[in-house]
Design a protein around this ligand. Structure first.
Ligand code: HEC
Ligand code: HEC
Ligand code: HEC
Ligand code: HEC
Ligand code: HEC
Ligand code: HEC
Ligand code: HEC
Ligand code: HEC
Length: 445
């Protein structure tokens, strides 16, 4: 029996080495860069091309038979990293992108399995289950460990996050690299004295990335009653709550894509983990104060943003703006820039650029982003929106032959209260009771 096993193993080794050599020999000519990178990485000491791409393709004309890896390919040997990834936010990136109503207007190569020129170019870090016929781009793990070197050193560098965590609505790289933390890194190099992205978001190499607030800085519910009122206004403009404050079908998407933390415990758990990380270098109290100041910036930004939303919503209520065909909610923030009026374009900038920067900058210790690229333009947008709304109301009044301009104050504040409170309770109930179901459902996705 023993001799048989040894012989079998030897045969497998010979066959796979021969196959490996075949791949590498030919690919040294066809794609020399790939071969060189692969051989420079640590995995090449253990196996070869065929382990990930299969061995069916062996010649010049049958390259279509080569298989393209997915995270499942890596999972077999790296189950720990896979499971962590799957329990964090990166796993949901494709699902969350696909759920956006604005996506229907995005050109195919930018949104789909087709070239990855836009949304899809970053969101392919998520799991793509329905890969269809398109060959490339569903590997996810190569987002930080680029092929074919597959290096952990590379992934430990903050630059590995840069291609995605930058720019318009999530400039974390710019914010971090110009904060004290990033500047120390730039001066001293990767000495560990100041934190980089991975220190705070992937401690001990944990592949589960998840923050308390997340991208949209929404948590449900909110204890502070004033703040919750502003939140309801925002959630309504996101189409997540309907006009009576009840959850809509979009609320299901929020749950399935883990877009918001749906219980206080869930939110607090992430916060405590973060404070523990800061506390390796700062006092716990200092860290807590810092993060709570960030929370307060969200509340302040929400106040301004909600006022702008109410101003625009009033235009719909007065019939000055008409709900565009095919829209279920108006104003609808999830249409992004695909709106019909300049006033809603401004609202879109408040939503995705200025509000984001106000709190993201605060959390990344960057006063400039938080203030001059966040708070200040947030305030100027509100002025523009109110001015424009006033003009539209006067035009309407003139059209109707009314000489007096219509009243300027937003008359909604009172009504808001009675509308929003039931929604709060409902969500609190859903959030409390539904967690198990949510988790069950999201595992299936
Ligand atoms: C006799 C030459 C030859 C051998 C042997 C060979 N390949 Fe290729 N392979 C090619 C050529 C040619 C292409 C197409 C390259 C191009 O489009 O530039 C290709 C393409 C590929 C692709 C990309 C397919 C795509 O859809 O873009 C993969 C992956 C691949 N080979 C893996 C392998 C593996 C694994 C082996 C060994 C089991 C192997 N190759 C053996 C010549 C070879
Ligand atoms: C057949 C098993 C196997 C598969 C499949 C596999 N790996 Fe590995 N991987 C290993 C082994 C073994 C090592 C340790 C190499 C060493 O240090 O000598 C490793 C190491 C690594 C490392 C650390 C490299 C370094 O810098 O030291 C990364 C990153 C990695 N793998 C990523 C991946 C990714 C991504 C995939 C899927 C595309 C994948 N692996 C598929 C076995 C595998
Ligand atoms: C430059 C890379 C990049 C592009 C392009 C991009 N995104 Fe994102 N997207 C991200 C990153 C990074 C995040 C997480 C940001 C954060 O949490 O601050 C994100 C977050 C999101 C979220 C929130 C997910 C959640 O659960 O919180 C949605 C939804 C989304 N993007 C949709 C889109 C759509 C739709 C497009 C195209 C119209 C798009 N993205 C284009 C990188 C990108
Ligand atoms: C650890 C797994 C793994 C091994 C081993 C591996 N590859 Fe790949 N390869 C990948 C991943 C991941 C992709 C990207 C797949 C996608 O985009 O869908 C890829 C894509 C490719 C592509 C097409 C994309 C491009 O950049 O041109 C070629 C060609 C290729 N590999 C050749 C090779 C060759 C030749 C070898 C051996 C020298 C090899 N691969 C070994 C994981 C691997
Ligand atoms: C000193 C620790 C620290 C460093 C370094 C750091 N972050 Fe953060 N990050 C935070 C904190 C704190 C939050 C807010 C957590 C919360 O929601 O309470 C956050 C939030 C985020 C979010 C969610 C949206 C947001 O901005 O509030 C993303 C995405 C993110 N960070 C990415 C990055 C990237 C990428 C880097 C590196 C360029 C980085 N972070 C560097 C601490 C850090
Ligand atoms: C967001 C970036 C990112 C993504 C996506 C990512 N990794 Fe990593 N990976 C890292 C970082 C950072 C490290 C280094 C951790 C450390 O400091 O030990 C790492 C380390 C590793 C290691 C080496 C572990 C060790 O201790 O030697 C393996 C194996 C690995 N990753 C596999 C994977 C697999 C499999 C996937 C896909 C499921 C994946 N990674 C996706 C960032 C990433
Ligand atoms: C290929 C693009 C890409 C790369 C590279 C990337 N990310 Fe992300 N990241 C995303 C997208 C897209 C999301 C939003 C996913 C979602 O929420 O659905 C995200 C979400 C996050 C979040 C969660 C924010 C939340 O909602 O709580 C953190 C934290 C994060 N990334 C950190 C990192 C770090 C650290 C790195 C580098 C080690 C990194 N990312 C590399 C695209 C990327
Ligand atoms: C790896 C160590 C390390 C970690 C982790 C770390 N910091 Fe720092 N931080 C530093 C160093 C070093 C400085 C510069 C010296 C100083 O001001 O204390 C600094 C500076 C700061 C500053 C600027 C202080 C000033 O006086 O201008 C703030 C604010 C800050 N950190 C907050 C945080 C928060 C919040 C966290 C966790 C989310 C955190 N830091 C995590 C090392 C760290």
């Amino acid at each position: 029996m023993r001799w048989f096993l040894i012989a079998a193993l030897a045969l497998v080794a010979v066959v796979s080495t021969a196959a490996a050599d075949q791949c590498i020999n030919c690919h040294r000519i066809e794609t020399p860069g790939i071969v060189e990178q692969w051989l420079s990485g640590n995995m090449s000491k253990h196996f070869s091309c065929g382990t990930c791409h299969g061995t069916e393709h062996r010649g010049y004309d049958d390259w279509q038979k080569a298989k393209m890896p997915t995270p499942d390919t890596c999972r077999g040997c790296h189950s720990r990293q896979y499971e962590q990834y799957a329990s964090g936010k990166h796993y949901y990136a494709w699902i969350a992108m696909k759920a956006m109503p604005a996506l229907q207007h995005v050109p195919n190569p930018q949104r789909d399995l087709e070239g990855f020129k836009g949304c899809s170019g970053c969101h392919k870090i998520g799991i793509i289950e329905d890969k269809g016929e398109y060959r490339y781009g569903a590997a996810a793990c190569d987002s930080c460990h680029t092929r074919h070197k597959f290096s952990k050193e590379e992934a430990r560098k903050p630059e590995a996050c840069l291609p995605c965590h930058m720019g318009f609505d999530h400039p974390q790289y710019e914010m971090w690299s110009t904060s004290k933390h990033g500047v120390i890194y730039r001066i001293e190099g990767d000495t560990g004295r100041a934190p980089k992205c991975q220190t705070c978001h992937m401690p001990q190499g944990n592949h589960r990335v998840m923050t308390s607030w997340g991208f949209l800085a929404l948590r449900v519910p909110e204890d502070d009653e004033e703040w919750w009122k502003d939140r309801v206004t925002i959630l309504q403009a996101l189409g997540v709550l309907d006009e009576n404050g009840n959850p809509t079908e979009r609320f299901e998407v929020v749950k399935a894509g883990k877009v918001a933390r749906l219980s206080k415990e869930e939110w607090q758990a992430e916060r405590e983990k973060m404070i523990e990380i800061c506390s390796e270098c700062h006092s716990e109290n200092f860290a807590r104060e810092q993060l709570e100041a960030g929370d307060r910036m969200i509340r302040e930004a929400d106040k301004v943003f909600a006022e702008a939303i109410r101003t625009v919503r009033e235009l719909y209520d007065l019939g000055i703006l008409e709900k565009p065909e095919g829209w279920k909610y108006a104003p609808d923030l999830l249409q992004f820039y695909e709106v019909k009026t300049p006033i809603e374009e401004e609202l879109y900038l408040m939503f995705l650029e200025y509000r984001m920067r106000t709190f993201q900058g605060a959390f990344h210790m960057n006063p400039d982003y938080s203030f001059w690229y966040g708070w200040a333009p947030l305030k100027s947008s509100l002025i523009k929106i109110k001015y424009e709304a006033e003009k539209l109301k006067q035009e309407k009044a003139n059209d109707n032959g009314v000489k007096e301009p219509v009243k300027t104050e937003t008359p909604k504040a009172e009504k808001e209260e009675t509308k929003s409170t039931p929604g709060f309770e409902l969500i609190a109930v859903i959030a409390g009771a539904g967690i198990a179901a949510i988790l069950r459902r999201s595992r299936k996705l």
